[in-house]
Write a protein that binds this ligand. Structure first.
Ligand code: PLP
Length: 428
């Protein structure tokens, strides 16, 4: 099949009516499919089933230091749970403060604290006329939702396969004191699955901000979420805290992680990781916020995984479930759309998403078309601040939650919708 742009009007019309028939056949099946949110599947959740019952009696509720986890205490987390999350992130336990079940909540709290109380003595953002954040795009919709909620002005930064456009980041961060932060998903980014290059990480750590309270929001949500076992297919990136220390900017980064996509998305444990000075401020804030998070859940995680090796062994089982799903979607996209010049997609080696770029001006219509045929996709535009994709091109594909057979159908519905809308678009 030729690229669509090479077809003449008659050929396009014939193609359109053939695709229309194909689409109607699919629609008639009355499907109900969902590739919209990056949730783990039931099969993945079942992998950690044994964690649920790992605390069986009153003898099991003690931490290593004898603390009774049913009671108040250890507001920043059990030492052994801080160690486990530190090991996952590749940092020492004293860099780690545990939150509740959601790292996003820690990110929200961090922005909120900066608004109400400032960052290490700087003017609270609520007292400033303008606060700006750099937003690598396409990116994670909930990051953008947090900063939008606080009225932050968000600036799009183009992503490359090596991470954000660092020339632009360096320029904006060093010239504009209103730029207070940047959202980063450094490994297996949401939605592309891109991995920041070593150079990007080092340039990030060497930023020279005009604002003393500028911070890198390093959301390492997918740090250990490899799809493949081969070492050369498992991304490794330099540790941002170490790089910031080397660059004499130890306070410039907050790192966030959680076990949402390791154990349970609704019942994991999360952590914020940072310098001593930043952690002191976070501890103070937390001392007013809570008398402590759920230590029984922290204990369950420690008892179940035991060590980083235990976590890695578990992630291998996760990968065995996810890999065929990613590969199925990629091969259907290749078979159906390869060489047609109507879309590009990423082929991640980890993480939770595939990013699809349709011909400019087509994404919204594709999402509507797919929905009419029973397939729910993430709303077009969601991967951009304010829900506005300037090219109306990007669609996030989340292949994790449906079963493999549902996913194969879903990818086919998606491909037909892309083809039909692209043909219609070229005929306009
Ligand atoms: N960060 C990224 C990049 C995500 O994709 C997600 C969930 O999809 C989260 C954070 C949410 O993490 P948590 O469940 O720990 O709040």
């Amino acid at each position: 099949m030729k690229a669509y742009s090479e077809l003449n009007k008659e050929e396009l019309l014939a193609l359109k009516s053939q695709l229309e028939a194909e689409y109607q056949d699919i629609k008639a099946k009355g499907l109900s499919l969902d590739m919209s949110r990056g949730k783990p599947s039931v099969e993945q959740l079942d992998l950690a089933e044994k964690m649920l019952g790992i605390i069986t009696d009153n003898e099991d509720v003690k931490a290593e230091n004898g603390l009774d986890c049913r009671n108040y205490g250890a507001p920043i987390g059990l030492p052994e749970a801080r160690k486990l999350l530190g090991d996952i992130a590749g940092v020492s336990a004293d860099r780690v403060i545990l939150g509740g079940n959601s790292s996003l909540q820690l990110m929200f709290d961090t922005v909120s604290r900066s608004y109400s109380h400032g960052v290490l003595g700087s003017i609270p953002w609520s007292k400033l006329d303008c606060v700006k954040f750099l937003c690598p795009v396409p990116g994670y919709d909930r990051h953008f939702a947090v900063t939008e909620y606080f009225g932050v002005e968000m600036i799009n930064i183009p992503m490359t396969e090596d991470g954000p456009d660092m020339d632009l980041v360096e320029k904006l961060v060093s010239e504009d004191p209103a730029v207070k932060g940047i959202w980063c998903v450094p490994k297996y980014s949401n939605p592309q699955g891109y991995v920041y290059s070593d150079e990007t990480v080092r340039r990030m750590a060497s930023l020279d901000p005009a604002a003393e309270d500028f911070r890198i929001y390093w959301d390492n949500a997918y740090g250990i979420h490899h799809l493949y076992e081969e070492a050369e297919k498992q991304a490794q990136i330099p540790d941002i805290l170490t790089e910031c220390e080397k660059a004499q900017k130890p306070d410039m980064v907050y790192e966030f992680i959680s076990t949402s996509k390791v154990s349970f998305a609704g019942g994991g444990i999360s952590a914020i990781i940072s310098s001593d000075a930043n952690l002191e401020q976070i501890k103070e804030y937390m001392s007013f916020q809570t008398i402590g998070n759920d230590k029984l859940n922290q204990l369950r995680h420690v008892k179940y995984f035991k060590s980083l090796d235990g976590v890695k062994a578990h992630m291998k089982k996760e990968a065995d479930i996810l890999r065929p799903k990613f590969e199925a979607v990629e091969s259907i996209l290749e078979e159906s759309l390869g060489g047609l010049g109507i879309g590009n997609w990423t082929r991640p080696l980890g993480g939770y998403f595939i990013s699809f770029d349709a011909m400019p001006g087509c994404a919204k219509e594709i999402v509507v078309k797919a929905k009419e045929a029973g397939l729910v996709l993430t709303g077009a535009g969601a991967t951009y601040p304010y829900g506005k994709d300037p090219k109306d091109s990007n669609i996030r594909i989340a292949p994790t939650c449906p079963t493999l057979s549902e996913l194969i159908l879903a990818a086919k519905v998606f491909a037909v919708s892309v083809k039909l809308i692209s043909a219609e678009h070229l005929l306009r």
